[in-house]
Design a binder for this molecule. Structure first.
Ligand SMILES: NC(=O)c1ccc[n+]([C@@H]2O[C@H](COP(=O)([O-])OP(=O)(O)OC[C@H]3O[C@@H](n4cnc5c(N)ncnc54)[C@H](OP(=O)(O)O)[C@@H]3O)[C@@H](O)[C@H]2O)c1
Length: 263
């Protein structure tokens, strides 16, 4: 099956392409790096020829509220238009658990707009809602700084490894469209501030993490269970300690700089 992965060069996209190849599919990564730009439409008609499925795991390069909204609205509109012309049978997109509860956040409003366009389109669809990635914990600290300290609420969350995100998305993509939302999550629950503190300690990052009940998450005020998935979420296998040990083996520097801070 030909499966086009929009954002196929990113954190999740590259793992997804690899996994789909291993399962015998023709997985084609598509991004500006490969000559495909969903904002301008460049390369879309060509790459979508004979594609059965399109998976959108792209992300906005700019993070201001207006820029991220423009990215997801324009790119999703373009993508769906070209998919309809190419008679693509299944549009799969990656979004975030609890998106609809986080509309105070500009990023989440953009994801809500993306999801709305997909639901209203003529293409059969599946939306995968994932919880926060383990890979995102340091990035979360970076965007939660107040007075030199990391301020985060002491709320529950159930984060997961990017590898498990990729396998969860791949599983949905090779199945029939659900015309609905599938939730995926990690195997364990933690407190947001606790886990970020553990991640920073592991990286020997000296920044102090403060449990602050008023601290927002990506601009949104959240409560105890806002970030948790529902009881039917499909759970990944990778536990945090296992991922931490594996990531240490893969990362040459003690202070890795992620290419971009994800949602
Ligand atoms: N971080 C989290 O905890 C979390 C949780 C749940 C869901 N998500 C969702 O996961 C998705 C993927 O995140 P990620 O961390 O894997 O993203 P990422 O590593 O930042 O990768 C983004 C990808 O989008 C591509 N892209 C950017 N502009 C594009 C354009 N105009 N046309 C086509 N492709 C474009 C990039 O291509 P280039 O490399 O060529 O620029 C790259 O391949 C996002 O939609 C995010 O909302 C994130």
């Amino acid at each position: 099956m030909k499966i086009v992965v929009i954002g196929g060069t990113g954190l999740i996209g590259s793992k997804l392409v690899k996994r789909l190849h291993e399962h015998g599919h023709e997985a084609v990564p598509a991004s500006p790096d490969t000559g495909v730009n969903t904002l301008t439409g460049e390369g879309l008609a060509e790459v979508l020829k004979a594609a059965s499925v399109v998976i959108d795991v792209s992300n906005s390069p700019a993070w201001e509220d207006a820029a991220v909204l423009k990215f997801f609205e324009t790119s999703t509109r373009n993508l769906l238009t070209y998919e309809a012309a190419a008679r693509v049978g299944h549009h799969v997109a990656l979004s975030v658990v609890g998106t609809d509860r986080l509309s105070e956040s500009g990023y989440m409003r953009a994801k809500i707009a993306q999801e709305k366009l997909i639901k209203e389109s003529s293409i059969p669809w599946s939306i995968v809602h994932a919880t926060q990635f383990f890979e995102f914990l340091k990035g979360l600290a970076d965007v939660s700084i107040e007075g030199g300290k990391v301020h985060l609420p002491h709320v529950l969350f159930q984060p997961m490894a990017a590898e498990d995100v990729a396998s969860g998305v791949a599983r949905v993509a090779v199945g029939p469209p659900v015309n609905g939302i599938v939730e995926i999550a990690g195997p364990e629950q933690f407190r947001l501030d606790d886990l970020v503190r553990r991640r920073l300690a592991f990286l020997k990052d000296p920044r102090e993490v403060i449990a602050d009940p008023n601290a927002p998450y990506g601009g949104a005020k959240i409560s105890e269970r806002t970030l948790l998935p529902g009881k039917n979420a499909r759970l990944g296998d990778t536990r945090f300690e296992t991922w931490l040990t594996q990531s240490a083996a893969q990362i040459p520097s003690a202070h890795p700089q992620p290419k971009r801070v994800a949602s």
